[in-house]
Design a protein around this ligand. Structure first.
Ligand SMILES: Cc1cc2nc3c(=O)[nH]c(=O)nc-3n(C[C@H](O)[C@H](O)[C@H](O)COP(=O)(O)OP(=O)(O)OC[C@H]3O[C@@H](n4cnc5c(N)ncnc54)[C@H](O)[C@@H]3O)c2cc1C
Length: 489
């Protein structure tokens, strides 16, 4: 890479969901042309109802600590309206160039387009780059020019037959940065950390840095990827990458994950596992693709017949039991407690708890989406909305509504020994693998030997699985009938 030629004015690099130095096209291009002014702006106002949730704010704080340290303490921090803040920086530093990496949330697309237009009118050169997707959503279309709605043809026919993901960029050789301005806020002034101490377990669970993201990827490829295809279904196995929060905040790029996995040489011997891992990165792409082409994805059922679904409306007690992990179904409770204590939940269990909320408790998927938004460290508007629509059965390429996960059989199949449950539901720890999946069915002497009293120190099931399944299927067929009656639904 060329040595930067110092210019009189720095290029403003606006960091957003790309909190890293490696494979960062905006930073790379700015460093190529001289000094840079790195900036992060916390913008809760434009985000509206999708302002960053609690656990993600916690992650963001630590990700900014790390980025600031990589930038020798020169990361300028602000909070508020990005157009006003960028304008002030442009004037103060006589900058004529602003660069950023693209985001795909509808509110960010709208905001960024307005900022681009305004700054260009003022003669500022604004450039944006792709740093977070393997394929731009507008590049992958069906032959008739419309977007795909089904994953397999989107990924196999659309993405894989398109130009492959670009190779990752190196960290710029020379990072010439201007001194920190006096008006930059401190990280503490962004107030991202919780005021009460609920983050103790999160701190123990995660290492939040670009280096940690890369180490996690390497470790996954070296020791876990070969058994990913099957192992990824078992919440107590170490066969998933747990890269989702790093990918969400851009501490590692999907291009890096993709290329490092396919270039791992003799380390990856199971081609099917490799293919499955790449295809999961493909699901992340598909979620962004759906959000881009159907911007109402976070709130509007893609299958409109669900608009008339008779959701339960006064089930606060059930919703609260679900959130707290007190439903009486051990796998559901383990998942919800994993979520609350670590900010993460294994994908298999996300599907089980999601299906339980929507199809057994008949609570609107928006409620689950909102709780996940607040509790997940990987809360991501695209993946969260697309996954909830998928679980609820109302998405573009969704699990059919009649596919209702049974929390007991899922538990027996994917946590057979019960160790995942034991980790997060310690009151059941002494139950054998035979009885831990449905403790209310265990003989009284077995329960008392294990110190379990159903209804006292562990809840009785809040709902009957079989009955609630029948009710859900009836509700679903009612929507079909209405859809036929009302062509506008
Ligand atoms: C109800 C529900 C809500 C979800 N909400 C989110 C969310 O807010 N943010 C989020 O990143 N994922 C979400 N997912 C998808 C998935 O559960 C997580 O991406 C995955 O569990 C992250 O763990 P991992 O990094 O170990 O995944 P791995 O299995 O190692 O997969 C590698 C990467 O592929 C991507 N990926 C894997 N599965 C999916 C998927 N089904 N959809 C989209 N991308 C996927 C992720 O970026 C992940 O890091 C949700 C799934 C469900 C069922």
């Amino acid at each position: 890479m060329k040595k930067p030629q110092p210019t009189s004015a720095p290029t403003i690099v606006w960091f957003r969901q790309d909190l890293r130095l490696a494979d960062n096209p905006a930073l790379y291009s700015a460093c190529d042309s001289g000094e840079v002014l790195p900036v992060y702006i916390l913008d809760d106002d434009n985000a509206g109802e999708w302002a960053i949730g609690g656990a993600s704010r916690w992650w963001l704080h630590h990700a900014l600590v790390d980025l600031n340290s990589s930038l020798d303490g020169r990361l300028h921090l602000y909070r508020g309206n990005p157009l006003e803040i960028l304008n002030t920086l442009i004037q103060t530093h006589n900058s004529t160039d602003v660069v950023w990496n693209r985001c795909y949330e509808p509110w960010r697309i709208k905001r960024d387009a307005e900022i681009k237009t305004q700054l260009r009118k003022q003669g500022v050169d604004v450039k944006s780059f792709n740093a977070s997707l393997l394929w731009e959503p507008w590049d992958i279309l069906k032959k008739d020019g419309t977007p795909y709605k089904v994953y397999t043809p989107y990924y196999r026919r659309g993405c894989l037959s398109h130009v492959g993901p670009r190779e990752p960029l190196q960290i710029p050789e020379s990072l010439g940065m201007i001194e920190l301005s006096a008006d930059s806020l401190t990280l503490e002034q962004l107030e991202l950390l919780p005021s009460i101490n609920w983050d103790i377990q999160l701190r123990e669970r995660w290492r939040i840095s670009e280096t940690a993201a890369n180490e996690r990827l390497d470790e996954f490829i070296l020791s876990e990827l070969n058994d990913y295809r099957d192992g990824r279904n078992f919440p107590n196995k170490a066969n998933v990458s747990r890269l989702s929060p790093y990918l969400h905040f851009g501490q590692i790029s999907p291009n890096t994950a993709w290329h490092r996995a396919i270039n791992a040489g003799g380390v990856v011997t199971d081609e099917k596992s490799l293919d499955t891992f790449l295809s999961e990165l493909g699901w992340r792409e598909f979620s962004y693709y759906l959000l881009f082409h159907f911007p109402h994805l976070p709130r509007v059922n893609l299958q409109q017949r669900f608009n008339s679904f008779p959701w339960a409306i006064d089930k606060e007690y059930h919703l609260s039991a679900w959130k707290k992990g007190l439903t009486g179904y051990p796998l559901v409770d383990a998942g919800m407690r994993e979520l609350y204590s670590t900010g993460y939940m294994h994908n298999r269990v996300r599907m089980v708890v999601g299906s339980f909320l929507v199809k057994n408790l008949l609570i609107h998927w928006h409620k689950g989406e909102e709780w996940f938004w607040d509790c997940l460290v990987d809360a991501d508007l695209a993946s969260n909305s697309a996954s909830w629509q998928w679980i609820a059965g109302c998405g573009a390429d969704a699990a059919p509504f009649f596919r209702i996960f049974n929390p007991i059989t899922q538990s027996e199949k994917f946590d057979g020994a019960g160790d995942y449950i034991r980790r997060y539901v310690p009151e059941l720890a002494k139950l054998s693998s035979k009885h831990i999946h449905a403790p209310w069915l265990a003989p009284t002497d077995v329960l008392s030997a294990a110190g379990v009293s159903v209804g006292t120190n562990y809840p009785a099931p809040i709902i009957d699985i079989k009955e609630s399944r029948v009710i859900a299927l009836e509700a679903f067929s009612a929507t079909k009938t209405q859809a036929l009656k009302d062509p506008n639904l």
